[in-house]
Design a protein around this ligand. Structure first.
Ligand code: ADP
Ligand code: AMP
Length: 218
């Protein structure tokens, strides 16, 4: 399966992508994670992206499209992938379309997670991840089972994102509604769009996505 998960910042894209990795053996392709890794490694892309990401604006289309183009050549994605946080503009969507056509890897579907703005702010404010394995958590909605210990790998180190603050979140939401929301119509017109109620709990959203995947597989 080759899927895109669309939705505003904090909608649950990464959470559901991690579920699909575990339950369906797909590979998660998150441009946000790739860019954060580039920032940490201080690569030329990371140095360019750092200041932009800190303000909540979008990194140039050419940069993220280049990253995804390279990643789509890797062997591990041949069994299926889920794009999380890409594409985010109509230009990126057109570039992806060309890349997937060249590589003869058609998309199976695009899932849009619908979540109210107030809930997004609350989700982002409480988000943290395991510094060792990257598993995502939330202070209220998905706490670790044992306080201070990652459920998956047992690490006691966690991190919070520099851009998960109220001010940056406003810019990120503006970027979403201006640049990314038009993708909903773009994929609807192609007959690829599946809408999911992202306001439900994590497991209920996951169950709705599983039902959609079962439908797509026919
Ligand atoms: P995105 O990748 O879309 O930015 P995340 O998957 O990182 O969003 O989710 C943002 C935060 O909200 C995380 O802390 C996550 O644990 C939590 N979360 C995700 N889905 C839900 C949900 N359905 N209900 C409540 N909290 C959620
Ligand atoms: P995310 O982890 O998806 O919330 O992305 C974090 C930040 O990385 C965004 O606010 C952007 O600055 C940048 N970013 C991630 N993916 C993209 C993309 N596809 N296009 C442009 N910028 C991106």
């Amino acid at each position: 399966m080759r899927l895109i998960v669309l939705g505003p910042p904090g909608a649950g894209k990464g959470t559901q992508a991690q579920r699909l990795v575990v339950n369906h053996g797909l590979v998660q392709l998150s441009t946000g994670d790739m860019l954060r890794a580039a920032v940490a490694a201080q690569t030329p892309v990371g140095i360019e992206a750092k200041a932009i990401m800190e303000t909540g604006k979008l990194v140039p289309d050419s940069v993220v499209t280049g990253i995804i183009s390279d990643r789509l050549d890797d062997d591990d994605i041949k069994g299926g992938f889920i794009l999380d946080g890409f594409p985010r503009t109509l230009k990126q969507a057109d570039a992806l379309e060309r890349l997937l056509a060249e590589k003869a890897m058609p998309l199976d579907g695009v899932i849009i997670l619908e979540v109210d703005d107030d809930a997004l702010v609350e989700r982002v404010a409480g988000r943290f991840t395991c510094a060792s394995c990257g598993t995502g958590y939330h202070d209220t909605f998905k706490p670790t089972k044992t306080d201070g210990v990652c459920d998956v790998c047992g690490s006691a180190e966690f991190k919070r994102r520099a851009d998960d603050n109220a001010e940056t979140m406003r810019t990120r939401l503006q970027a979403y509604y201006k640049d990314t929301a038009p993708l909903v119509g773009y994929y609807y017109a192609k007959g690829k769009l599946k809408s999911v109620d992202g306001m439900a709990g994590i497991d209920a959203v996951g169950a709705e996505i599983d039902a959609l995947l079962a439908d797509m597989k026919g």
